[in-house]
Design a binder for this molecule. Structure first.
Ligand code: ADP
Ligand code: MG
Length: 402
């Protein structure tokens, strides 16, 4: 069980809300090039305002290094936020200090204060208790909708919850709910499909998921380390020689525990990664010595699809091939289409996997697309995330505790 903003009334209360307004800015003009993250937080912000809450909004932006830097001011976000909320928002010159405290204290019901970039202070990323307390002193209740930074123990994502009772916003709630659905008692059969570049990036995810899935399908670059570990010749395909033992261990573990581990049976190869290059589709027993495997083949897609169609729960992390370069996007595209058509809980996570499913126009046809690359992977590794654990803490003895 974890607390969400549904569990509390905000009327008359100062809600200190951590959002992820780390939006991309145009290098030349400083204008916001994609406001998805700001729009994403609006339901949570409106919910609090509609109840008569007083909003204090905080975020980081860009690579500010613990000191004020006008390049990374939240000023452009301020304007866009006013438009999206349809009301006046006061923009504080900093995120802590006397002037900010005065602005926060002066808020009336339904009013909004946006704080300047949290990372203008070194205490933010250091999770400095004094800085965390200075932030906490501005509000009565702490709300977080910033899943993308939940794997980091920063002052505004973790330290602040030592003082204020923490509640998950709607975005955060959806992330936790769906990631829990695939990792805790998933409806079976549960199938995980993994790909991407490296085994080394995903070992902990594979090991954690292997204990939870009925079937694990492995494609992408990482499949070649497994194929090599099984004794196949993989030509010039991506291979992590120092991970062959881990791959062997995972293969043995799957066998011993009766898990259905499915690897490619055919691949698409080429002499180099280049759009429009001449390709071959070959069985894994016939990978040309001077070529690289850059996508899984049609027989593999058919095998994977057959497993996915039986599933009640699906987790997808990692593209099946070098999807950025045509025609090596073919299998990833087919898998995205397959997921989009399933009547199952379907969750997609990982920076490139999310980019792939968005590019393929299937993002709104799956149950959940996780927005936090690193946070999502750590969740799938089975780790306790500092910015999530706070929602289940005992808050009885806290001032704003309900
Ligand atoms: P995610 O961000 O979804 O977790 P990864 O970062 O692990 O995914 O992997 C994505 C990258 O893997 C992509 O850039 C893609 O080009 C690469 N990739 C996929 N298949 C192969 C392959 N066969 N050979 C080399 N790189 C691959
Ligand atoms: Mg990636």
């Amino acid at each position: 069980m974890f607390r969400t903003i549904r569990d509390i009334q905000f009327k008359g209360k100062r809600a200190l809300v951590r959002v992820d307004f780390n939006v991309p800015l145009d290098k030349a003009t400083g204008a916001i090039t994609d406001d998805t993250r700001i729009r994403g937080a609006v339901p949570t912000l409106k919910h609090i305002l509609d109840q008569g809450g007083r909003l204090i909004i905080m975020s980081h932006l860009g690579k500010a290094k613990g000191t004020p830097d006008p390049k990374f001011s939240l000023k452009p976000v301020h304007q866009r936020l006013q438009e999206l909320l349809g009301r006046n928002v006061t923009f504080a010159p900093d995120c802590i200090g006397d002037e900010v405290a005065k602005l926060a204290k002066g808020l009336k019901d339904g009013e909004v204060l946006l704080l300047e970039n949290l990372r203008f202070h070194a205490g933010e990323e250091k999770n400095d208790p004094t800085f965390a307390k200075a932030l906490a002193s501005l509000g009565d209740i702490y709300v977080s909708d910033a899943f993308g930074t939940a794997h980091r123990a920063h002052a505004s994502t973790a330290g602040i919850a030592d003082t204020l009772p923490a509640y998950a916003g709607f975005l955060m709630e959806k992330e936790i709910t769906y990631l829990n659905k695939v990792t805790q008692n998933p409806e079976r059969p549960m199938v995980a499909i993994m790909g991407g570049a490296k085994v080394s990036d995903k070992i902990l995810v594979i090991e954690n998921l292997l204990g939870k899935v009925d079937s694990l399908l492995i494609g992408g670059g990482m499949a070649f380390t497994f194929l090599k570990a099984m004794g196949h010749q993989i030509g010039k395909s991506l291979c992590e020689a120092d991970r062959l033992d881990v791959a062997k261990k995972i293969l043995e573990q799957a066998k011993a525990t009766g898990k259905n581990l499915v690897l490619p049976v055919d691949v698409v190869t080429a002499p180099e990664i280049k759009a429009g290059v001449a390709t071959k589709t070959v069985d894994i027993t016939a990978i040309p010595a001077d070529e690289l495997g850059l996508d899984v083949g049609p027989k593999t897609v058919a095998k994977f699809t057959a497993e996915l169609q039986k599933a009640k729960t699906v987790l997808w992390n990692g593209p099946m091939g070098v999807f950025e370069t045509k025609p090596f996007d073919a299998a990833t595209r087919k898998i995205a289409e397959c997921l989009a058509g399933l009547k199952a809980v379907t969750v997609v996570g990982g920076g490139d996997s999310v980019a792939a499913i968005e590019q393929m126009g299937a993002a709104d046809k799956v149950s959940h697309v996780s927005t936090g690359g690193g946070a999502c992977l750590e969740f799938l590794e089975g780790k306790t995330l500092p910015g999530i654990e706070i929602f289940s803490r005992d808050i009885k003895n806290m001032v704003g505790g309900a």
